[in-house]
Design a protein around this ligand. Structure first.
Ligand code: TYM
Length: 330
């Protein structure tokens, strides 16, 4: 793997399985970057404990499952480094240094913090400092590009701000990372409330398609997706349900929204839902088969994590030596 390649860093939390939003907004896009970039794909398990009601046993289980999901979606350990965030010495140390440069007001204003803290009775410090840990993940491996869905853009912008601030305050050691966001699939909405993003934690399970759920379940969810009472497959703000299905269809087939309007414009909502269902199933079936095979081979999964950890730790240690020296720490 040539060191001259630009660096990609990104991750997905091990909180339950991937849903269609994670897949279309993130992982499907990561897959195609592996040949041209040096990629660090990790499982941010330290972020996952910011939610106080998690089960430790489930977290460990989900962490390994997430690796199998990465690989089932085409991430290749021969090309990319895959590892667990907490297995590396560096993210929390760098997060502390960055915390000291972060105005807390900016953290209180973060969209995700505001939304999540409103839903919870207990708001821990981890939830507030979550974006700083994410900035540390990005800067530790000196990322150039951070492929994420639209919802994480603000966090990547904080990482940029912190890289600039560190470089100005101490020494110019960090690249200034850019968010990398696709046009289609960057924000997949709930099938039940198509103005709200699709989410793992949505209490209405019918709104979220998990990519490793049963084919039958997927059919039912798309069939019962909420639409308006109109007709015609057209992309418009006042038809959020149809627009969401069109966006999903576009991301899966590679067709543009304009082509979909031209080719499917006269379809009934039900007929179009059938087309979307078939596209989703055709796409997900091979992934599901690969996933089940991978899960059975725990030894192989462990070896992938060990390999990934070795490379990631080398990069992290090199960067932390520089950071501590510049900041005046031992
Ligand atoms: P997470 O685990 O919530 O989501 C993983 C990726 O999926 C994208 N995504 C979506 N894209 C489109 N539509 C949706 N409905 C949707 N929901 C989620 C997310 O934008 C993300 O790209 N904080 C991050 C994990 C993280 C990270 C990092 C990412 C920790 N450190 C460093 C990049 C770099 C998170 O919770 O993602």
């Amino acid at each position: 793997m040539g060191t001259e390649k630009k660096i990609i860093v990104t991750g997905a939390q091990p909180t339950g399985g991937f849903h269609l939003g994670n897949y279309l907004g993130a992982v499907k896009n990561w897959y195609s970057l592996q040949d041209d970039f040096e990629c660090f794909f990790f499982i941010p398990n330290l972020h996952a404990i910011t939610c106080p009601s998690y089960s430790p046993a489930e977290l460990r289980h989900n962490t390994i499952q997430m690796l199998a999901q990465f690989m089932a979606c085409g991430l290749d350990p021969q090309k990319s480094h895959m590892f667990i965030q907490s297995s590396i010495t560096g993210p929390t140390e760098l997060a502390w240094v960055l915390n000291c440069l972060t105005p807390v007001g900016q953290l209180f204003r973060m969209t995700q913090f505001k939304a999540k803290s409103e839903q919870k009775d207990f708001v821990g410090g981890g939830l507030l400092y979550y974006p700083v840990l994410m900035a540390a993940d990005i800067l530790l491996y000196n990322a150039h590009l951070v492929p994420v869905g639209e919802d994480q853009k603000q966090h990547v912008e904080l990482a940029r701000d912190l890289a600039i601030k560190f470089n100005q305050t101490y020494a110019a050691i960090f690249n200034i990372p850019e968010p990398y966001i696709l046009k289609t699939g960057a924000r997949v909405y709930s099938l039940q409330e198509p103005t709200k993003k699709m989410s793992k934690s949505d209490p209405n399970r019918k709104g979220t398609i998990f990519i490793f759920e049963s084919i039958d379940g997927i059919r039912k969810k798309i069939r019962s997706a909420v639409t308006d009472s109109g007709t015609g497959i057209t992309f418009s703000k006042d038809k959020p349900g149809i627009a969401n299905l069109m966006d999903i269809f576009a991301a899966l087939t590679g067709l543009t929204v304009e082509t979909i309007e031209a080719e499917y414009g006269a379809y009934s909502y039900n007929d179009f839902k059938n087309c979307v269902t078939e596209a989703v199933i055709e796409h997900l079936k091979p992934l599901q088969e690969r996933y089940l095979k991978l899960l059975k081979n725990r030894e192989y999964l462990n070896s992938v994590l060990e390999e990934g950890k070795k490379v990631a730790q080398t990069h992290a240690s090199r960067m932390m030596t520089k950071v501590y020296r510049k900041v005046g720490l031992f």
